[in-house]
Every structure is written in C-alpha cells, then in structure tokens.
Design a protein around this ligand. Structure first.
Ligand code: BGC
Ligand code: NOJ
Length: 814
C-alpha cells in the first residue's frame, strides 16, 4: 500500500493522505538554520545546535506521536468553523490534502469547504530564518471572510533545560511585540545576545504571545480558544510559555488568492550592541529589520526559493545516472544525496527519533558521512575534516562525539571506542581522491582543541594508525575498547545495574577482548594511508604501513576465521564471539562485509565462502540481518547487543548501515546480480509499495528494519539520520555502477546485473564533467575504455587537462 507517489520531475515525494503510518518528514535548511517538518507541519527549528540553540519547542514521544509545529488555522467567519490545511492539529476531514516534500522545502495544504490553502516552507540560502508562504484561494461562488491564525511555540534555547527545569523556566519567558513582529527574547537581558522572531507580511488584527491565552485553559492545539472565538487577545508573555501567533483577517472574492508570508528567524547582535536605546532592556533591531523587511516581500521570497532550487540542481548535478532501474535512478539522482546532506549537517543529532539533546556530531559517524557528501561540497567536507581532527586526542584516540556549537569533544561520553581513529583516515582518503587537494595534509590541527598542540593533519592520520598498533590483544588483533562500529558489542562493560548507560558507564581496562571488525578496518585504513604516504614521496613509510597491514591480514586469517566465515571478536575471557562454537550469535554481518571490502581473503576463497554464508544465514527479503541466531537473553559479557529483544537494532535487526558493506564485497568479487539484489532489498523507493509494512518514509533510508526474529519483520525505524545514507550512495555509485574517484583519475569499474544492457552517467570530477556510457558487450565485468574517441588502456580515465570542461567516456563491459 502507498500513501503517495514520487514526482521525480520535480524531485518531490507527494503524500496524498495525512495519516501516514509514522510522521514522514523533511529537512529545511542546509547551512546553519535547520528545521524538521513532518507531512502535517509538525516539527521544530534550531540554529546550528539542536540542543543549545533550539528555536521552537517540540515534545518527543507525544500523543499523538507528532504534535507541535508550524501550524496555521483558518476560520470561516460566517459559521465559525475552523480547520488546519496541514490536517493536524485540528484534524478536520480535508479535500485534496497534499504534502510535497522537496529538496530543502515542503509544501503542505488542502481544500476545505471551497477554500484552498497551501504553505510552502523553506530556509533561504545564507539566512537564519524560514519562510512560510501561505496562499489562500476562495473557490466559492460567493465572497469568503476568513481569519488566519499562525502559531509557533518558542523553546527557551537549551532544549534539555527547557524540558526539565520548570521551576525556573516558568518565570523567565520574555517577548517584545511590534506591529506584525513578535520577538522572543528569553534570557536576552543577561548573557544571551540572540533572539528569535516571528513576523507576518499582512496587517494583523491581533496577536498572542502567551500560550494559555491563545489556547485557553485545559485546551490543546486542536481547538485554541482564540481560533474558536475568532479573536486573538494581544497577550504579552511574562514567564510561563511564550508563543507566537498572528491573527489576519481576509476577505476573498470568488476566485481570489491572497498570499501571506510568515518568517520565523534567529538573530544575533554584537554583545556591545544588544540594547536600543543603550541602557534600556529592549532589543536592538537595527540589523534584523532589513532582513525581515526583505523576505516579507513576495518577490524576494520567490527569488530566494528559486535560488534554493538552483542550488539543489547544481548539487545534484554532480552525479546523475540513467540506468534500467527506476529505484536506482531515483535514489542516486535525488533522495540519497538529499539524505546525505541531512546526515552531513546534523549527524545523528536531530530527527524524529533523535531528540536533539543526546548526541552532537559523532567522530566515526561524521567521517563516514563524508563518503556520500564530499563530491557535492568539498569545501565544507574539508572544514568538517579539520574540525573532527581537532577533537582527536594526543594518543591518536578520539572523543566519540563533539558539540557542533562549541566544536569541543563531549566529556560525557569521552573516548576509547577503538575503531574511531581509523575513520578519520577513511574520510580524508575519500576527500583526497575526490579533490586532489593534498594541501589539507599540511594544515596545522590541534589535538583535543588545545592551543599550541597543532600538528599537520598528516600526523593525525599517523597517530590514528599507531593507536591500534599500541593496543593489540593476545591474538595480535586490535583490542576493542568500549566498542567498535557496533556500539552495542560491549565486551568490557559487564553492566548489571538497571538503567546504567552502556555507552557511558566505566568499562574494565580490557586487555583481552579483541575485534576482528577493527582488524578489517585497520587493513582498509592502512592501505589508504600507505597510498597517501606514497603520494607524499615517503615510500619507506608506505612500505612500513603495508607490512603492518600484511601482519594484520595474517592475524585475521590465523585467528579471525571460523571455517566458513570471519569471526566477530574475542570476549574478555578470550572466547570466540560470532563462531559456530557459540550457542547464539554464531555469525555476524560486519566482519564478512568489511573484511572483503578491505580486500581480505579475495584470493584464498575466504571472501567467497564468507559471502555465501551471509547469503545462506543472514539474508532476508527485507535486507541482511546483523547476526544469527539472535540473542534470546541478556549476556553480561556481551552488553547492550543482548539487551534488545530478538530482531531489533543490533540484536539481529537489519541494520541498514552495514548492508552496503556486503554489496561492495559482492561487487569486489564480481557478483553484480547479488550486489544489486541486496541494494534493492533495502532501497526505500523499491519498498514503497509495502509502505504499510515498512512504515517509515519511502524516500530515505531508515537505520533499522526489524529482522526475521521480530514479530514485525520488515518494519523500519529511525529514519533519516544513519550512516546507511552515505554507505548506500557509495556502494551504488562507486562499486556497483563503479564510477570511482581515484588519485590518477576517474576509475570506471561497473559490476552491474547481468540483465542490464548498460547505463549512462554524468559525473563532475575535479572541474570536468564526464559523460559516461557503459555498454554491455559480454557477460563479465572486464572494461575497455574509449575516452573522447581514443582507446585507453586500463580502466582509469586519466585526469583531464585544466580547462577541459567535458569529456566523453565509452566503456564496453565484456
Ligand atoms: C544504539 C546504537 C547507537 C548507540 C549510540 C545504542 O542504544 O543501539 O545503534 O549507536 O546507542 O549511543
Ligand atoms: C548508530 C551509531 O550512530 C553508529 O555510530 C554505530 O556505528 C551504529 N549505531 C551501530 O551501533
């Protein structure tokens, strides 16, 4: 069953009924001001940091699930009937409800009793505000008197404190009101120099800024008293709960359309210029007024929207493909890069499943996110790499997370996740291959943000590599520390205290538990580092890295192989995890996919055997589960993984992030059919027809789909913010379609399904656009290249000379 359809021409998903199985959301903003918006206009906004600069309030796990947002109410003055064109919160039965989620904008609206109303929500480029363009049309044969009420509920900035510290918060709320503009300035009188505003382009008949005055006692957002009676009360919030609501009266002739623009924004003043007049307590508005005036102008708002459209057109234009499969095309060309933008921007901080107060930016997460983002905006990728590296510790280890506002490592969680440092090498290598900007390696970057600890970025990579060499266990495999990629495999935790956090609680020092996954990651990162050293003219250093890599590969073969698949780990007692000898959790996906992806066992049959085992034991119609058999009970020595009921999350859920590792592994073995088959099993667009089973958005990946041990097998959870976005993009574009940036040029190595006759692609790479046509002339994966009409040996299109804008590439596959 579907709840809408893809409109690929407009790059939109169109939702045609509001009662989707879960809120289906979109992200507004892609630089500093962000908003989450659901298909019924629920959600919130924040500036840079979802915890520390929350602009509007949102209550998670609410009833109904998604309540609170950017609501507009319309009231028919004649009969007093009122409704919301976004369906929620009033929930009247609407005609022609539609929500169009597009690239950085959403348009939500509907008809009701002959009145059509739609709002386009978006964040203009380079501004810290969102524009709501509401248009109201009278389709009746008689004039209509309509009252419009807007509404937002302000957050008192720190979302954690806002949700808990009521004894203080109910006394600090402050606003200022000018005709058509509501300023939210809680705590501005003392240490803050920022405020929020909510402005309206039309002449207002009234306003409200105190929630209870607007809603009325014992009422919710579904029937505010002000809307019911058709009049605002011009309330001024002193303490309690500041909101913003404008009341506008419209008189519409038959066929007439009126547009009203609302702006919701964030603004900072210089500390020394906070007040006007100085010495007073009122906000200095000299710099914000021109911004507000500008975007309240319909022509300016429209121009800002068109600029956003062309920005996205350029971004997506970096890589466009035309294959025989519509799900591949749609995801590669539109939605997968859109999701990569969201994960790059907000990491795992703010979604409908991430509350915005928990995690900042993750070290391993953000480095992996670069794989799906770097080709679109290399300059921002560069900045991110330097920020991440600056949170690395002198040991080569890393803070697991950092707060985006302060860019400082997060002490609550600390470090000792022993995979973390290697992801920096993986991220930097992706950046270098894409851009050829070797200068980044010489950038001075501090450790732990400490002044005068700066060393070239290259040294950070060296320390990352050494970190593992200094932490090897009894089998010569890397010690796992707190956890590796699988945050829930806590082999040194031994937590038996209810409620204790598996993520932050103190672990044993841990000199025994080892990770085969980190060993594979070390091999991959070590090879990347060797290639980088080689390029820097350090062949001996490169050779030294490769000999450590060879030693690790040997250790994996000697101690990390279980006969038919790779082992997962050794626990604190030195016993195997992920082995046929185990009672449960005999085989895990991560080491199979990652070892082969890293090139281990390609020649000796281990890789093929491991992938056959994955197919036989882990693959389901909804994707590949994380391990089998699921843990049926809690194992003190394994930690959080066994805390989940079977089939969910890390305990044998389909953890979508690691499925593309297997796709890449299959591609490395030349199995295009298998690789693409796995790709389609979790592809959201391919799953659209079973939306009632999948339940999450059909246009972005979820983190997890319930595995075969769960009663809800096939049900997705935790959409949007997941490493799945970047890894799937990387797997399909670079390994299945095989268009792969390399140091020497664009490598063309497709491993596509046997039934495909070929495909076309347009890929911008280092300033040149490559027009690639792949044609199958035989059943295999052997590539013959013709570049601008001239045959080229090998499968790398040499770098174009400076100034060459377009290159044609014909690739025959045989
Ligand atoms: C989740 C993991 C996640 C971790 C992050 C755990 O509860 O299962 O997927 O990586 O929390 O803190
Ligand atoms: C989600 C976390 O963000 C990521 O860092 C981790 O690797 C996976 N869960 C697996 O536990």
């Amino acid at each position: 069953m579907r709840y809408g359809y893809f409109d690929d021409g407009n790059r939109e998903y169109v939702i045609t009924r509001p009662d989707t199985p879960l809120p289906w959301i979109n992200y507004l903003g892609c630089q500093a001001f962000y908003g989450l918006i659901s298909n019924t206009a629920g959600g919130y906004s924040f500036y840079r940091d979802a915890r520390l600069r929350r602009v509007t309030r949102y209550r998670y796990n609410n009833v109904p699930f998604d309540l609170g947002g950017r609501y507009i109410y319309l009231r028919d003055e004649e009969c007093g009937d009122f409704w919301s064109p976004s369906w929620q919160p009033v929930c009247r039965e609407l005609e022609e409800y539609q929500c169009r989620h597009g690239m950085g904008y959403s348009i939500i609206g509907a008809g009701y009793q002959g009145i059509e109303a739609r709002t386009r929500y978006f964040v203009p480029l380079d501004e810290n505000l969102e524009i709501w363009q509401l248009s109201v049309t009278n389709h009746r044969t008689s004039p209509a008197a309509i009252s419009v009420f807007s509404s937002v509920e302000f957050c008192l900035w720190d979302a954690q404190d806002d949700a808990t510290n009521f004894q203080r918060n109910f006394s600090i709320g402050e606003v200022e009101v000018e005709p058509g503009i509501i300023y939210h300035k809680t705590e501005y009188r003392e240490r803050r120099n920022h405020f929020a505003y909510f402005a309206c382009s039309a002449r207002v008949a009234g306003f409200d800024t105190q929630r209870e005055a607007f809603l009325g006692p014992y009422r919710g957002w579904d029937r505010p008293a002000a809307v019911e009676r058709g009049a605002a009360s011009n309330s001024i919030a002193h303490g309690w709960v500041p909101i913003g609501s404008h009341h506008v009266k419209l008189l519409l002739d038959p066929g007439e359309t009126r547009q009203i623009i609302f702006l919701l924004g964030y603004h900072e003043n210089p500390v020394e210029r906070k007040f006007d007049p100085s010495g007073s307590q009122s906000i200095y508005k000299g710099t914000v007024r021109p911004v507000i005036a500008k975007y309240l102008e319909p022509a300016q708002a429209e121009a800002a929207f068109q600029a956003l459209r062309s920005y996205w057109c350029d971004l997506l234009g970096t890589c466009q493909v035309e294959t025989p499969d519509e799900h591949t095309n749609r995801m590669v060309n539109i939605w997968n890069p859109c999701q990569c933008m969201a994960t790059f921007n907000v990491s795992r901080a703010a979604s409908f499943y991430e509350s915005g107060i928990g995690r900042g930016l993750g070290f391993r997460d953000s480095n992996q996110d670069l794989l799906g983002f770097v080709h679109m905006m290399p300059a921002r990728a560069r900045e991110r790499i330097l920020d991440l590296a600056a949170t690395q510790l002198p040991t080569g280890g890393a803070y697991h997370q950092y707060q985006p506002l302060t860019k400082r490592g997060n002490d609550d969680i600390g470090g000792n996740f022993n995979d973390d440092p290697h992801w920096l090498i993986v991220g930097v290598a992706a950046y270098l291959k894409e851009t050829g900007d070797w200068s980044i390696l010489d950038e001075p970057v501090p450790y732990d943000n400490q002044p005068s600890s700066e060393q070239p970025l290259y040294e950070h990579l060296q320390r990352s590599f050494r970190y593992t060499l200094e932490r090897l266990g009894p089998h010569g495999l890397p010690l796992i520390g707190r956890a590796d990629w699988n945050d829930c495999l806590n082999l040194n935790c031994f937590s038996d205290t209810p409620g204790q956090s598996f993520q932050t609680t103190t672990n044993k020092e841990g000199k025994v538990a080892e990770s085969v996954f980190i060993a594979a990651l070390f091999v991959l990162a070590g090879r990347e580092l060797a290639a980088i050293a080689e390029h820097r003219g350090l062949p001996q250093e490169a050779a030294a890295y490769l000999s450590e890599v060879a030693r690790m590969e040997q250790a994996v073969c000697d101690h990390g192989w279980d006969g038919k698949w790779f082992l997962r780990a050794y626990d604190d007692f030195g016993r195997k995890v992920g082995s046929k000898e185990c009672e449960e959790g005999k085989i895990f996906i991560e080491p199979q996919g990652f070892a082969v992806l890293a090139g281990i066992g390609l020649e000796d049959g281990r890789a093929a055997a491991a992938l056959d085992s994955v197919r036989a034991l882990l693959a389901t119609e909804h994707g590949i589960v994380l391990q089998q058999p699921a843990y049926s009970r809690y194992y003190l020595h394994l930690g959080e993984i066994s805390s989940y009921p079977p089939g969910y999350k890390e305990n044998a859920g389909i953890f979508c992030h690691n499925n593309p590792w297997v796709m890449i592994a299959e591609a490395r073995l030349g199995n295009g059919d298998r690789a693409h088959d796995y790709y389609l099993r979790i592809n959201p667009s391919a799953r659209e027809p079973i939306s009632e089973v999948h339940r999450c958005e059909p246009y972005v990946y979820p983190q997890m789909i319930a595995g075969r041990d769960a009663p809800t097998h096939g049900e997705a959870k935790n959409s949007w913010l997941t490493g799945t976005a970047a890894w799937n993009y990387y797997a399909i574009t670079q390994w299945i379609l095989g268009i792969r940036p390399s140091y020497k040029g664009l490598e063309i190595a497709p491993v596509i399904p046997a039934s495909w006759s070929g495909f076309c692609a347009k890929r911008k790479f280092r300033g040149t656009t490559y027009h690639i046509a792949v044609k199958r002339t035989g059943p295999g994966n052997r590539v013959s290249l013709v570049v601008d009409g001239v045959p080229v040996t090998g499968n790398v299109v040499p770098l174009a000379d400076g100034g060459v804008t377009d290159v044609s590439v014909e690739a025959a596959l045989s």
